[in-house]
Design a protein around this ligand. Structure first.
Ligand SMILES: NC(=O)c1ccc[n+]([C@@H]2O[C@H](COP(=O)([O-])OP(=O)(O)OC[C@H]3O[C@@H](n4cnc5c(N)ncnc54)[C@H](OP(=O)(O)O)[C@@H]3O)[C@@H](O)[C@H]2O)c1
Length: 291
């Protein structure tokens, strides 16, 4: 695959996908884009991307097909729909990359389906949020064949220079869920503890200023603490996606026979936040439950 000429299809132009695809277009890749809601492709098409009516039509032109969609149901639709799904028209030998955060169980099925369609497959979820996607600073957690990753590497690098090969396809998916679980558990714990401190008369901003000086505050917790103190809830990593990911963490653990009581408790907190109407707020908006 000669990199200057690599034809990329990008499926899913949500908050993350639109920014990732824009990086590829800016880097000079010939990119065909598609999205359930066509209007979201307009800025990319204005900058030189080609529009395709369906994932199948986008994949028909591509050597590298990347999907970045919400959840397992969306991934199933964009890859496996018999008429519109990308697998229906993948080129022989193309590389199919699923970058969404999904369950290892689904990734296993999808890898098999891609193989049956004559393609090679990588599970390549990303760590980082909208600003990282916009500036090409995502971290990739890749599962799959090392030689296939080597071929996809230059295009992935345009979207994020930190590329970790984790192991088999399902291991990339589990690693990503692990990262989000560790993050989400911390945020839920910080949110409830700030609620306790606040009721004890310690102002949230004062509590955050003290906590962030201590070794118990991770770099991520410091950023989240500052956002809670500033009551900034504009979405980067929205609570509804956090809740979806915790559902996947619990399901993946169950399938592996592992216990995750802390993750299950955090999941219940994020679910409550969705029920309270905070689903579109950023992850730190969960603090509103404990004010
Ligand atoms: N936001 C983050 O900080 C972040 C960070 C790392 C990873 N992720 C993961 O990356 C993925 C995308 O996240 P995002 O923030 O870009 O989400 P988003 O803004 O909600 O975008 C979701 C995308 O999925 C498409 N979609 C949803 N359901 C579909 C269906 N049934 N059929 C076809 N397309 C469908 C949407 O199409 P429409 O435009 O038509 O709605 C949109 O393109 C998720 O798996 C998320 O967990 C997110």
């Amino acid at each position: 695959m000669s990199e200057q000429m690599t034809q990329v299809a990008f499926i899913g132009l949500g908050a993350m996908g639109v920014r990732m695809a824009a990086r590829l277009v800016e880097a000079g890749y010939p990119v065909t884009v598609t999205n359930r809601t066509a209007a979201r492709a307009e800025p990319l098409v204005a900058n030189g991307a080609r529009w395709a009516e369906s994932p199948a039509a986008a994949a028909a032109e591509a050597e590298l097909v990347i999907s970045m969609v919400t959840d397992v149901a969306a991934s199933r639709a964009v890859w496996c729909d018999p008429e519109r799904g990308a697998l229906a028209r993948l080129r022989e030998g193309a590389i199919a990359i699923e970058a969404s955060t999904l369950t290892p169980g689904w990734i296993d099925e999808l890898a098999a389906a891609a193989g049956d369609a004559g393609a090679r497959f990588l599970a390549a979820p990303v760590v980082g949020t909208r600003p990282h996607a916009e500036s090409g600073r995502l971290t990739w957690l890749v599962g799959g064949d090392v030689a296939t990753l080597a071929e996809a590497h230059p295009a992935l690098q345009v979207m994020g220079g930190s590329i970790h090969h984790v192991g088999e396809v399902t291991q990339g998916a589990v690693m990503k869920l692990a990262v989000n679980a560790l993050f989400g558990v911390q945020v839920a714990a910080l949110a409830e503890i700030l609620g306790v401190l606040s009721r004890a008369g310690v102002a949230v901003e004062d509590a955050v200023a003290v906590l962030e000086q201590m070794a118990i505050s991770s770099p991520a917790a410091k950023v989240v603490g500052a956002a809670i103190a500033a009551r900034q809830y504009a979405p980067m990593f929205p609570i509804e996606l956090v809740e979806k990911d915790f559902g996947y963490v619990v399901a993946a653990a169950e399938a592996l026979g592992a216990e995750v009581p802390a993750a299950a408790a955090a999941r219940a907190v994020y679910r409550r936040a969705c029920e309270a109407g905070y689903g579109e707020h950023n992850i730190n908006g969960v603090a509103q439950l404990f004010e």
